[in-house]
Design a protein around this ligand. Structure first.
Ligand code: ATP
Ligand code: MG
Length: 407
């Protein structure tokens, strides 16, 4: 079936009264952004739905891209006929559509909605005219009003007659950009990309912050974090990736802080830096991939000792998810395979064998005085590099190419 357009129905935003117009505008922008690689596509946002006009493009890759955009409840590929198409034309289009989906024993229903009152046939006339044609042409098919296998909708509008028979579930959530801005502490692990996805689902536009520690961590570890970011652009469009050098801080902490407190104090430094970047970028929160009870640094006592450095909201969308639930989402959003690639990130390397699971706040503050917090922070902030990451970027592979050339 050659579809002409895709009809997109809004999700949660339809309940948001006065912000509605901004939401629709943002959703339209986000859809244009993810479809930028397809020539000739037009996106028309209306009050109650949005139309993606295909202008000859194949529908399938565009349906795939739309399934990742937040703020969409459902969407349907649509055939558009002229506003005064004859019953015969409607019947033919309907037959082709249903035949493509029909499997032996399936039932169907025609649901006509007529907004164009000037159209010569009324709702019943169209339902009946098309329904009896289908019964006549497809052997063994039956009508079923309550739970049909195939529900063919016919929308008779002033702009044209629209036929659709598939309703595909969207990602729900809110359009990215309508929920404010925050930063995301992104490691190379399984959890933080999932947390980033969940932040975006609530409409938050995020900037990625990644701490790296060369030469203890490899170029690949950095490339992996960038590739994870590239995967996440499918849900948000281009993302800013901020890489923060962390080597000096880790070395200094390792030298000057008792082993049981290494991890807590490293995390405090990370959070301080993340907050400084968050403020500088006019963002209003820091997201992390922490989940309560998962590892030593993720007990309530530990979170309190780390959170002590700031009043900025630290948001933890995975807080009460189990690892298996997190892994399931990671697979769904296609970050899992990358996350489990074995490049050590900066925390693993400096993690002592037995970090304190219940760090004492007073002791944490005391031991931290052994290091030059301000000086180390300034040096790290001076060494920041920021890059823009796009949908098709691929950092690990491009490195393999470099290696291949060297060999
Ligand atoms: P993840 O799977 O996200 O790496 P984790 O289970 O390894 O998480 P931790 O190592 O305790 O847990 O890290 C907790 C959180 O701290 C991470 O989810 C991430 O938000 C942040 N974080 C850890 N390492 C880094 C890093 N190198 N750069 C940026 N953020 C980091
Ligand atoms: Mg990790």
């Amino acid at each position: 079936m050659k579809y002409n357009e895709i009809m997109v129905r809004y999700g949660e935003l339809s309940t948001k009264g006065k912000n509605r117009r901004d939401f629709i505008r943002q959703l339209g922008k986000n859809i244009r952004n993810v479809l930028v690689g397809f020539d000739g596509i037009e996106v028309k946002a209306q009050r109650d739905r949005l139309h993606v006009i295909l202008n000859g493009q194949d529908a399938q890759p565009i349906l795939d891209a739309l399934s990742k955009v937040f703020g969409i409840e459902t969407f349907s590929p649509v055939v558009k006929l002229s506003k005064d198409a004859s019953l015969k034309e409607i019947q033919e289009a309907a037959l082709q559509m249903i035949s493509e989906q029909y499997q032996s024993g399936n039932t169907f229903k025609i649901s006509t909605n007529r907004q164009n009152k000037n159209y010569p046939l009324n709702t019943y006339g169209i339902d009946d005219g098309v329904g009896s044609y289908i019964l006549d042409k497809i052997d063994g098919i039956d009508v079923e009003m309550k739970r049909p296998d195939i529900n063919l909708r016919i929308d008779v509008r002033l702009t044209g007659i629209y036929l659709s028979s598939k309703t595909i579930s969207g990602s729900l959530g809110l359009p990215v950009g309508t929920g404010g801005r925050a930063t995301m502490m992104l490691s190379g692990g399984i959890d933080s990309p999932v947390a980033a996805y969940m932040a975006m689902k609530r409409g938050v536009k995020i900037d990625m912050i990644h701490f790296y520690s060369p030469p203890y961590t490899s170029e690949q570890a950095l490339a992996k974090a960038k590739d994870l970011t590239a995967k996440l652009t499918a849900f948000s469009g281009t993302l800013d990736f901020i890489q923060v050098p962390f080597t000096k801080i880790q070395e200094e902490i390792k030298e000057k802080v008792p082993e049981g407190y290494l991890m807590t104090i490293q995390r405090r430094m990370m959070l301080r830096l993340a907050v400084a970047i968050t403020i500088e970028r006019h963002c209003n929160g820091v997201f992390t991939g922490e989940s309560l009870g998962q590892v030593a640094s993720q007990t309530l006592e530990s979170m309190r000792a780390i959170n002590d450095v700031t009043t900025m909201p630290v948001l933890r969308p995975l807080l009460s998810l189990d690892k298996t639930e997190i892994i399931k989402i990671a697979r769904d959003i296609d970050t899992y395979d990358l996350s489990i690639m074995p490049f050590e990130d900066c925390c693993t390397i400096f993690t002592p064998p037995s970090p304190k699971t219940k760090p004492d706040l007073e002791k944490t503050r005391k031991y931290e005085k052994n290091i030059d917090i301000e000086g180390l922070m300034q040096e790290a902030l001076d060494g920041i590099k920021i890059s823009k990451i796009n949908v098709d970027d691929n950092y690990l592979n491009s490195q393999e190419d470099v290696f291949a050339e060297l060999l």
